[in-house]
Structure formats: structure tokens, C-alpha cells
Design a protein around this ligand. Structure first.
Ligand code: MIG
Length: 792
């Protein structure tokens, strides 16, 4: 085990002897052969790299999006008596000539982040290379956010974490490390934010003022000190910049945002059909059904157990008729079996990982002894992609779920490969010490890229458990093997928010808990949280009671149905939020401090979160709760269920009936609703319903729409509609602009206008229209191309 490194001797950069300026970057040479290279990426991003012995490693990163374009290269370098001042976009770096320590100022000249000990390193006597380290001063009142799937409260201050992808069955609050490695964090002080992305795939550590009160440090057991400094001051800006740097996903198929049902495992075929039939019979909407490992023949990937599933093609087709997409699991471990074609081919072509001295990397997983493809080799990824052909093209399986890709190995203490295993690392051969944290990401990348090629007209659907920064380009993720407890409901909320602000918004937990059995009440509350999570799937380990909505009794069926119906109603809103994630890198889930960071009351709120611009929710976290307190950010809100206006900027105590997911809508919002459907595409949309919430002031909303699959949207075949709601002294104006070129199936909007004001007259583009009032809301129809509605 390579956990505790012995502290031997720390080296620091000495004085600067020479400065070299090049296009878009500056090299600072130190007397002891250290080089600091500062590279300008955008007006808000600079990159710092340190070489300890006069040369940099070959520049290569799996995290940075190959499509990312540097947008600004200009800088000013000013020499002063004791420092260099590097001005680049909105960032100023002050570099101390003697120590090399760096301070970052924002465009107001205020210190955002500064080196404490700064860069230093130890030689790694055992493996060679350096243990590269960085320490920063903790600013007054500084909070820290980010770091992926850490199952702790949002502020990381006072804690230490490790990044080393680990299969942590039944993890708990505080368990570290977990499955995912996102070496990105946000520092937040004086209501201003900055970000740091430490792009190093070795086992790494982050200490947020834990070991020493005044220092936050991060280090890795190899590789380079290579980090990106990201300017704010908005929390949103920091996350958007980081997410664009590491990439955003393409749009998912619309059905992927529906409800999914999973268990380890549904089999045989008759059981799968029963479960699907039951959803339709009880009219609980559902879009996808999952086949976990037991559908395979002896856990051989890309095969079927013909006894359990005699005719998979027919089953998949029949389920599709009913509106169910079938998703199957594929693991990285390939059964060591000379009769098994996938194994034979990979063996012949030398696609499996090898130990340092030559033998294959052999490990036990579900199939018994396995070899593991080296997904860090382009040729292997290409091959892996083609293996899906039969299932994807011929059988029409809709998507794939890549599990165990930390990679997980049974019966060894490390739960993974030994450190000497060799990897290609895209032509930069290395050991598992360097490739471990990106192994899973490269696996799901191979899957994703394969699917893109196999069906160029279809949007791939892929799920991964292990991730490194940038994995969001290839896949959605789930949070792994959680437990059916109230505490884990809290954990799921923390993890999904944290993942979203770490660049990966397409995320969800195993609803109800994977291990152990939830009460009906816990299951309902979990469903009511996950309605607002981009990935919404019930999953359980199946070795306890069943976890389909009907297994808890009739009350639960009704409560769960109501929640899932809400999900299907707000699908166009969710889809719009996804589009803004895809386009701008904007997180879909947002902690409250992202909504109003100037309001210090939002800084420590952790349960409440926003989905997109206009929806706020919070989970109900205890049994038999009749009410809960939550904070509403400043401004006006509406309780979705009562449609009563509520003033924000304060704590509110609200009732929490068993059948209601907490939901507040921002006043001024335009929220598109679909009719309830049992699955996406079941009904053609005849009228798009717009719920419009009156406001004092002016609020913008957007609606994105396209075909819901395929890549025509990349050629401009989509709509991105802008709405403005302007309310003033009892008069409200609603404007619509930027329609786009996508032909919708509907030609009219059904408007539901929610207002506390009396309504006398409604004009659509100057013509008066009829309306009906009911329970404080007002209903009317308009042409979908209206420009302006005036309500008096
Ligand atoms: O060792 O495929 O996290 O979702 O159901 C367990 C069986 C392997 C772990 C996954 C879980 C999945 C299970 N897998």
C-alpha cells in the first residue's frame, strides 16, 4: 500500500534567475533548475506548471476537453523590485522573485488566493519522480466546495480527502476515498469565489485547513504540480469555466430524463416483463428497465444467459413497444476462458493490461479469474466500442451501464490492481499509480465513442461509476452502493449537488438505497428528492425485499406516482436546464450560495438547492415530519402546490404532506409543462402548457426544445425561446423572442397564469382573449408565436 509517504526532505524553488516570455505564456527559471510556466487560457483561467529538474513532462491530459479553445492569450509582464506582476485578463499573478510564491488578485486588486509554503516537493525514493505539493493560505472566513462525490456536508473546511477511485460497498457519511476523482475545488471568501483544478491523476490529497488551521494544501504521489487557477468572483462563473475546460456532454435522449427502474437483477425474462407490465397497469410512468450482471452467460460481457433470456431481441423489441428502453450492464473484467471469443481476441491482439514483468494482470471479479482491457490505449478503446454492435444495433438495447471500473478487484486488500500494472496512457506508458484514477473514465469513453459510431443518428446513453474530471463528456454517473437509511437520503442530496458543481450534473443516487430495505416512507421521500435529480433511477441490491413502488403498499403507489408524474410534467424545464449545462457548463443543481452569493444567509444552507434557474427544493429528511424549515433566497416565490406567493430572504416553515415533494417556483418564471405520459413519446404534445408566475419586477426564462434524440440540433434544428415577465403596479407583460427553427408538434400554448392580483383583461399581441379563473389561477390559450401578452 502506498498510503503514508515518509517525509524525507522537502525541496522548494529558489530565486528566479531568468524570465522567458513566449506566446500566451511565461517561464520563470529558478537557480535550482525549477521552472514555473504560467499559461494564459482565457480571461478567467491561467495554468501553472512546475518542473523540478529543468524539463517538463510531455503535455497530456485526459481531463481537458480536446474541443476547448483558448480565448485569450494576451498578458502584461511587469518587473518590480521584489516581484513580477503578470496581468492576464481578469487575473493578476504576483510572483515573488526570491521564493517563487504566487498570489492571485482579482480585477479589483483584491487577494483571492495566495501561496503559503507554495510549491514544494519530495523525491519519491521508492518509485522515482516527485511527490508534488502545494500549500495555500486560508483566507479569513474561507469556505471550500467541490471535489466530486465526497459524502460530507458542502463546506469542506477542516477536512482532509484522498482521490483514489475505490469500490466502497456500503459507504457511509464521511467515507473517503470513494468511487470518483474530481480534483477541483472552489474557495469562497468575502462573498467572492475562485477555483483550483489540480490536473494530476496520481493518488492525491486535499487538506482544507485540517492539519494546519491556516493552510490548505494539495499534493500527489507523482506527476507534475499542474493546476489551473480559475477566476470568479461568481461561484457560477468558476464552475462554468471549469466545466467548459473539462467539457460538457452532448444532449441526452429525452427519455433518459424520465424515470428508470433497476434491481440487481431482474431475471428471467418473465420477471422483466412482469415488472414492466405492472408499471403500465398501475400507470406509474417509467422509461427504462435495467438488466444487471445476471443476464450474462456466466458473467461474460456481451453474452446472454439463454436460459434466463431465450430471445433477447424479441424481449427488447416487445418492451420497446411498451415504451421501455432496455439498459444492460457491462463490466471491465473479461472472463479468462479460452472458449470465449471476446477473451480470445483480446488475448491474441494483446489488449489486456500486463504486470511490470510481463504476465497479464489477473484478478477475480464476478466471472472468476479475469483479464482487463487497457482502456488507456486508443486501439483497445476502438475495439471495445465495436463489441457493442450486436446488442446495440441488432438487439436494440438502448444504453449501457459500466460498473466496477475503479477498477474493482475481489480478494485483494487494495480492492484494485497492484501499482506495477502497465498502461499505455495514450502513448505515455506508465504504471497503474498514474492510470488508476482515469481507468473507468477511459472505459466509459470507449463505450460512448463506440456507440456514437455504431449508431451515428442516436444519442448514446452510458452510465459509469468511476470518474475523473472530464468524464461528464462521455457519461452520466450514479453515486454507487449507498444504504437505505435517512442519513443516506441526506448523503444523496450532498453528493448530487457536489457532483453538479464539480462539472458533472448528469447524476443520481440509487433511489431508496442499494443496501438494506427502506420503509415505504423513506422510499417516498427519496423519490421526492430524486424527482429533481438529473438521473432518476431506483436501484437496490435485490437481496432484501423488493423495491418497486408497489411493494410498499397502496399509499406508496399513489405517492410515488404523483412524484413521478411531476417529473414527467416538468420534463421540458429539465431538458432546458440540461441544454444550458451542455452549452454554458452551468450546473443543473445549485446550492443556495450559487443563487445569491452576496446574501450570507445562503452560505451555510445545505439541504436546499435549485434545479435550474427557477425551481427550489429540499428533501424531507426525517420520518413522520409534518413540516420543515427552509431558507428561500431573496425575492418572491410561489409554493408550487398551493400556488401561494411567499416572500424570500428568510426562513420559512412549510407543511410537508406525505405526498408532496417540496417545490418553490421563482416569481416571474415561465415553466413549460408536458402532459403526464407513461413514457417519453407516448403522446404527441398538442398544446404546450406554460405556467407563468406573476412578479413585481422583471424575470427571464428560457425553453429549449428539439427532436429529443439525434444530432440535428447540432445543425441548428432546435428552439431556444426567451421569455420575459415584467410586472408593475398590477399590470404584467410577457414577451417572447428567439424562436428558432425546430418545428414543434403543437401550435398553441395553454397558459396558466398565477397571480395574487385581480385580472380584468388579457391582450395577446393586441387582441383580447377569453380566460377562465379557477382557484386563484387564470387559464387561457395563445398562439405559440405570440410576441407580447399584456395582463391587466
Ligand atoms: O459487486 O452488478 O454498484 O449498482 O448492482 C457489486 C452488481 C457489483 C456494484 C454496483 C451495483 C450493481 C452491482 N455491482
Amino acid at each position: 500500500m502506498e498510503l503514508k509517504e515518509e517525509k524525507l526532505f522537502e525541496f522548494f524553488p529558489t530565486g528566479i534567475t531568468k524570465v522567458e516570455q513566449a506566446e500566451g505564456c511565461v517561464y520563470f527559471h529558478f537557480t535550482n533548475k525549477v521552472i514555473l510556466k504560467i499559461e494564459i487560457f482565457t480571461a478567467n483561467i491561467v495554468r501553472l506548471r512546475y518542473a523540478t529538474d529543468g524539463t517538463f513532462e510531455r503535455d497530456f491530459s485526459y481531463a481537458i476537453d480536446p474541443a476547448f479553445k483558448k480565448t485569450s492569450q494576451t498578458y502584461n509582464l511587469i518587473e518590480e523590485a521584489l516581484i513580477y506582476r503578470l496581468e492576464a485578463g481578469n487575473i493578476t499573478c504576483i510572483i515573488n522573485k526570491l521564493s517563487g510564491k504566487v498570489t492571485f488578485l482579482d480585477d479589483k486588486g483584491e487577494v483571492m488566493n495566495e501561496d503559503e509554503k507554495g510549491f514544494h516537493w519530495e523525491e519519491h525514493k521508492e518509485y522515482g519522480g516527485d511527490i508534488v505539493q502545494m500549500s495555500k493560505k486560508v483566507q479569513e472566513g474561507e469556505l471550500y466546495f467541490g471535489l466530486g462525490d465526497k459524502p460530507v456536508q458542502s463546506n469542506l473546511r477542516g477536512k482532509r480527502f484522498q482521490l483514489w477511485g475505490t469500490d466502497e460497498y456500503g459507504f457511509e457519511k464521511g467515507t473517503d476515498p470513494l468511487y470518483k476523482s474530481f480534483p477541483f475545488f472552489i474557495g469562497f471568501h468575502n462573498s467572492k469565489a475562485y477555483g483550483i483544478f489540480f490536473d494530476n491523476t496520481f493518488r492525491s490529497f486535499f487538506d482544507f485547513a485540517s492539519e494546519r488551521r491556516n493552510a490548505t494544501s494539495f499534493w500527489a504521489n507523482g506527476g507534475e504540480m499542474n493546476y489551473y487557477y480559475i477566476n470568479g468572483p461568481e461561484l457560477m462563473t468558476v464552475v462554468e469555466e471549469y466545466t467548459k475546460l473539462t467539457g460538457t456532454p452532448e444532449m441526452p435522449p429525452l427519455w433518459a430524463l424520465g424515470y428508470h427502474q433497476c434491481k440487481w437483477s431482474y431475471y428471467p425474462e418473465s420477471n422483466v416483463r412482469e415488472v414492466c407490465d405492472k408499471f403500465r397497469e398501475l400507470e406509474i410512468p417509467c422509461d427504462a428497465i435495467y438488466l444487471d450482471i445476471d443476464y450474462m452467460d456466466g458473467f461474460r460481457c456481451f453474452t446472454w444467459d439463454k436460459e434466463k433470456f431465450p430471445n433477447p431481441k424479441k424481449m427488447v423489441a416487445d418492451l420497446k413497444e411498451q415504451g421501455f428502453k432496455t439498459i444492460t450492464m457491462i463490466d471491465p473484467g473479461i472472463k479468462k476462458d479460452d472458449e470465449y471469443p471476446v477473451f480470445k481476441e483480446a488475448l491474441e491482439k494483446d489488449y489486456f493490461c500486463r504486470r511490470a514483468d510481463g504476465p497479464h494482470m489477473k484478478g477475480k471479479v464476478w466471472p472468476g479469474d479475469c483479464y482487463f482491457p487497457d482502456f488507456t490505449k486508443p486501439e483497445v478503446r476502438e475495439w471495445w466500442g465495436t463489441l457493442y454492435e450486436e446488442m446495440y444495433n441488432d438487439m436494440d438495447v438502448a444504453g449501457f451501464w459500466n460498473d466496477m471500473n475503479e477498477p474493482a478487484v475481489f480478494e485483494v486488500k487494495s480492492k484494485t490492481f497492484p501499482p506495477d500494472v502497465r498502461h499505455d496512457y495514450d502513448g505515455n506508458p506508465c504504471s497503474h499509480r498514474k492510470a488508476h484514477n482515469i481507468y473507468g473514465m477511459q472505459m466509459v469513453r470507449a463505450t460512448y465513442e463506440g456507440l456514437r459510431k455504431l449508431k451515428p443518428e442516436q444519442r448514446p446513453f452510458t452510465i459509469t461509476r468511476s470518474c475523473y474530471s472530464g468524464a461528464q463528456r462521455y457519461s452520466l454517473a450514479w453515486t454507487g452502493d449507498n444504504i437505505a437509511s435517512w442519513e443516506h437520503l441526506w448523503v444523496a442530496n450532498m453528493q448530487c449537488q457536489r457532483m453538479a458543481i464539480s462539472g458533472m450534473s448528469f447524476v443520481g443516487s440509487d433511489v431508496g438505497g442499494f443496501i438494506e430495505h427502506p420503509s415505504g416512507e423513506l422510499y417516498c421521500r427519496w423519490v421526492q428528492l430524486a424527482v429533481f435529480h438529473p438521473f432518476f433511477r431506483t436501484h437496490s441490491s435485490g437481496d432484501h425485499g423488493d423495491q418497486e413502488p408497489w411493494t410498499f403498499g397502496q399509499d406508496t403507489v399513489d405517492i410515488v406516482r404523483k412524484a413521478i408524474e411531476l417529473r414527467y410534467r416538468i420534463l421540458p424545464y429539465l431538458y432546458t436546464t440540461f441544454y444550458e449545462y451542455h452549452t454554458f457548463g452551468r450546473p443543473m443543481l445549485r446550492p443556495l450560495c450559487f443563487v445569491d452569493q452576496a446574501d450570507t444567509d445562503t452560505h451555510y444552507r445545505i439541504d436546499e438547492f435549485m434545479l435550474g434557474d427557477h425551481m427550489l427544493s429540499a428533501p424531507v429528511l426525517s420520518p413522520a415530519a409534518r413540516s420543515r424549515r427552509l431558507y428561500l433566497p431573496k425575492g418572491q416565490w410561489y409554493n408550487y402546490w398551493t400556488t401561494k406567493p411567499v416572500q424570500g430572504g428568510t426562513d420559512v416553515e412549510i407543511l410537508t404532506p406525505a405526498d408532496e415533494a417540496i417545490l418553490f417556483i421563482r416569481a416571474g418564471a415561465v415553466i413549460p409543462h408536458y402532459p403526464v405520459m407513461q413514457y417519453v413519446g407516448e403522446k404527441e404534445i398538442e398544446n404546450l402548457t406554460l405556467h407563468i408566475y406573476d412578479v413585481d419586477g422583471r424575470i427571464e426564462s428560457k425553453i429549449y426544445e428539439d427532436e429529443g434524440d439525434g444530432f440535428e440540433y447540432k445543425n441548428g434544428n432546435f428552439n431556444y425561446k426567451h421569455f420575459e415577465v415584467i410586472g408593475d403596479l398590477g399590470k404584467t407583460v410577457i414577451r417572447q423572442s428567439e424562436l428558432g427553427s425546430y418545428n414543434t408538434t403543437y401550435s398553441a400554448y395553454s397558459v396558466v397564469f398565477h397571480s395574487a392580483n385581480p385580472i380584468h383583461k388579457i391582450l395577446v399581441d393586441g387582441h383580447s382573449v377569453d380566460f377562465v379563473k379557477e382557484n386563484g389561477s387564470c387559464f387561457f390559450k395563445t398562439n405559440k408565436d405570440f410576441k407580447e401578452i399584456e395582463i391587466n
